[in-house]
Design a protein around this ligand. Structure first.
Ligand code: TIU
Length: 226
């Protein structure tokens, strides 16, 4: 077992039953010229997560931790996109519309890809999800059960949307979730702060919050003991 200082109290985990879940680090959300920036968002708020996440991935790979990536996106015929999700915002910027990196949030398009800096390594599963949460209409739950995973270290974008929805889904399913503050990002600084506060509030209503160097140090301390 390993543990680290976290909010609201110490987070304890067994690396054998812990997975790193990297949410939606896709080109359309993070790259200049992508969908997110086209909507007027400051992608710099998300891009600050790239470097710490790359270091985290390297440490988790070295430790042999289970690593799972997700991507938000839809089938080209949009049959998996409910009208309620589709019919939001400016029609020219909706899901499936032509964007700067191909059709927006459509599987197989360039903008749907995970950014090169954080490309999944061979053998690391990539969950394609049609919703904001990673459990809804995906194989994630079955995959975690099959691997014996009970703890999730969650990173990715955006803090208040897909990270939060996933952590809430996971918490209700009994997973112990640690969110790494420097590895999650929001286009809106106030949502970043509130999103993180909401996770650890009320005695850890949705989980724990810490910084990635503390998690990496805890992970490495268990390796040096074995
Ligand atoms: N991955 C994810 O968070 N999807 C979004 O649509 N996020 C926004 O903040 N829009």
């Amino acid at each position: 077992m390993a543990s680290l200082d976290a909010l609201p109290f110490t987070y304890t985990f067994d690396p054998a039953s812990t997975a790193l879940l990297v949410i939606d680090m896709q080109r359309d959300f993070l790259e200049p010229g992508g969908f997110g920036e086209t909507l007027g968002n400051d992608v710099g708020q998300l891009r600050r997560t790239i470097e710490p996440t790359a270091a985290l991935l390297a440490a988790c790979r070295a430790a042999g931790l289970t690593i799972i990536h997700t991507r938000e996106g839809h089938l080209p015929d949009l049959s998996d996109c409910p009208p309620a999700k589709l019919n939001r915002g400016d029609p020219s910027l909706r899901i499936g519309a032509p964007g700067p990196m191909g059709r927006i949030l459509i599987r197989g398009e360039a903008g749907h890809d995970i950014i090169g800096e954080l490309a999944p390594a061979p053998g690391e599963p990539v969950i394609d999800k049609p919703g904001k949460g990673a459990f809804y209409a995906t194989e994630l739950g079955e995959m975690l059960t099959a691997k014996g995973i009970t703890s999730l270290v969650v990173t990715g974008v955006t803090t208040e949307v897909c990270v939060h929805t996933t952590v809430r889904e996971a918490n209700d399913r009994g997973y112990e979730c640690l969110v790494l503050a420097d590895c999650v990002g929001s286009y809106f600084p106030e949502f970043q702060a509130a999103g993180l506060s909401m996770i650890a509030a009320q005695g850890g209503i949705f989980g724990w919050v810490a910084e990635s160097p503390a998690f990496i140090a805890a992970l490495q301390s268990t390796l040096s003991r074995t």
